[in-house]
Design a protein around this ligand. Sequence first.
Ligand code: UD1
Ligand code: MG
Length: 451
Amino acid sequence: MSTALIILAAGKGTRMKSDLPKVLHPIAGAPMLIHAIRAGSVLEPDRVVVVAGHGADAVKAATAAHDDTIQIALQSEQLGTAHAVAQAAPLLEGFEGDALILYGDTPFIRPETLEALAQARTSHDVVVLGFEAADPGRYGRLVMDGDSLKAIVEFKDASDQERAITFCNSGVIAANSETLFKLIDAVGNDNASGEYYLTDIVAIARSQGLSATAVACDEAETMGINSRRELATAEAAFQARARSAALDNGTTMPAPDTVYFSYDTHLGRDTIVDQNVVFGTGVTVETGAHIRAFSHLEGCHVSRGAIIGPYARLRPGTEVSEEARVGNFVELKNALLHEGAKVNHLSYVGDAEVGKAANIGAGTITCNYDGVMKHRTQIGERAFIGSNTMLVAPVSVGDHAMTASGSVITSNVPEGDLAIARAKQQNKSGLARKLFEKLKSIKEKRDKGVA
Ligand code: UD1
Ligand code: MG
């Protein structure tokens, strides 16, 4: 069965009090809209259509960055959820499979739930995802008759008897695409809100002799985000799940509540992640690597047995090979450390390649930026970079070469050579003692008010 996802994301999100469209607010490093799309991806959709309105250009850019096959349907006026879905109709004309409607502000629907929904579709024309609400509030109510869904009644239009129902509409609906758009054509806006309710398609379907049912999920899955407070709650829920998944999958974390994950963090078995580590987006850590406390990683790959931190910062484009070491107050950006290379203290290594088992001394800096352009630094195998070396890129240091500490290296160092690039030391006999005496006498005069 082929599937098209239709994701509703045109609403303004007034309660976010934001210039950013609500669906682009991030959870674990990805816009909530992308979480919704990823949730739907379990059904391997052939087509994904996002209905955008407020901030449509930004929404379009964000979806394209995630997957450039996603289509955007514009809903310039928000006349209701049925009207929103109708905007996707021209894009899905002739599409023969199922349409699954999700909300861009409801990011946490589980794969198993969508699979159950798809399963229910094999026996019913329209399937709605419902949940038992602890506080049904203003949710649409699902009017059931046994397994059969008779209608969805919006709170505003509901009788007292209907308001007493606690089985509520999540908003997720599945139906054959053609059937769906035909049903939507029949939806009017003669109701308490004057909106075109998507929920009306259930009663319309039933009146045409089609069948409808509801599948239930946990209320937590249908959590919609409307405010910064709910965004923070959603983030916490995501982090809680990511932490327990990491523990279940064989990561040791002595203080899991202090570790922050991104939506795409990958940790291998037997990794150790110490306290207060932050994983930005795009991080993979392989088996047996150890990420020590207070490290911040983003867009990088850490291989088996490497040790990172404490207090290390790995920025995008960093590749740390097996058994390499990155120590405290070290920043790596777009840098490849080959096997067993060590950058242990207080260094910046950017736009660089560091050879196998090379040792980068404390305080080394690759001066990669000339104010206009970035340049590369190449360091060979088993090279030894003395403490406080400035490597002014573009520059290379050959295999088994050395730089003297405090050097400013501006030209290439051939293999096996030692480069010394600093002022030669001179010792002035007794001059320090003389200088101290002179300074002390100046101070004494000042203190007495003479000078
Ligand atoms: C909707 C449902 C309600 C359900 C609830 C679950 C309808 C009529 N009601 O109500 O049964 O219990 O969601 O949260 O469907 N949107 C658009 N364009 C529009 C209107 C809405 O894109 O013209 C989007 C919104 O951005 C949002 C979603 O659709 O993501 C739901 O809209 P919202 O206004 O929140 O619907 P509710 O009144 O909460
Ligand atoms: Mg809502």
